[in-house]
Design a protein around this ligand. Structure first.
Ligand code: IMP
Ligand code: MG
Length: 180
């Protein structure tokens, strides 16, 4: 049987992404004026957004990463979230901003918020580049977000399909892939 080639269609261009990144950084800077913030990125997808937003925040800023697994290699979440890499440092008393590439079902962020809250940060907020509200299973609301998007599977700017496409500069809709 002949296999279709995966198709990429630009949804959000790099210029628009960077404009929203700067706007999110400005909001964070305003909200935490005179304080320090600790950014926690969810590996690997959020690393691009975290690096870009961190450079635009005009506050004392530290960062750390955490990794979870939930998706397997394809497009659908297994629904089970598991901690794969914990933080390197304690977050008690810190203004923590959890940074994620995309908020989809909310399973990942609701799990992470639960375990991080137990560690008694001073503040715990959520910043996401993308929000797909149509798919939500858990009631997670981001404090900062780049774009609300319809229910497409997207890649680029950190987001992957089977570990591919993370390095695309524009955010693209991926279609016609064989399910893994
Ligand atoms: P949630 O737990 O369903 O909210 O999913 C969050 C995670 O699913 C994100 O960190 C992504 O890794 C992945 N994900 C959800 N939607 C997409 C998508 O459209 N493209 C690529 N990855 C996605
Ligand atoms: Mg991710």
């Amino acid at each position: 049987m002949e296999q279709k080639k995966p198709k990429l269609k630009i949804l959000i261009r790099r210029g628009a992404i960077h404009e929203r990144v700067r706007a999110v950084a400005r909001q964070i800077t305003r909200d935490f004026r005179g304080q320090r913030v600790h950014l926690v990125g969810v590996l690997k997808g959020a690393s691009f957004f975290l690096c870009d937003v961190a450079r635009e925040i005009d506050l004392e800023t530290s960062l750390d990463f955490i990794a979870v697994s939930s998706y397997g290699s394809g497009k659908e979440s297994s629904g089970q979230v598991r901690l794969v890499k914990d933080l390197d440092t304690r977050i008690a008393g810190l203004n923590v901003i959890l940074i994620e590439d995309i908020l989809d079902t909310g399973l990942t962020l609701s799990y992470l918020l639960r375990i991080l809250r137990q560690r008694r940060p001073k503040e715990l907020r959520v910043a996401v580049m993308l929000d797909k509200p149509a798919r939500r299973l858990k009631p997670v609301k981001p404090d900062y977000w780049g774009f609300r998007i319809p229910n497409h599977f997207v890649v680029g700017y950190g987001l992957d399909y089977a570990e591919q496409y993370r390095n695309l500069k524009d955010l693209c809709i991926l279609s016609d892939v064989q399910e893994l």
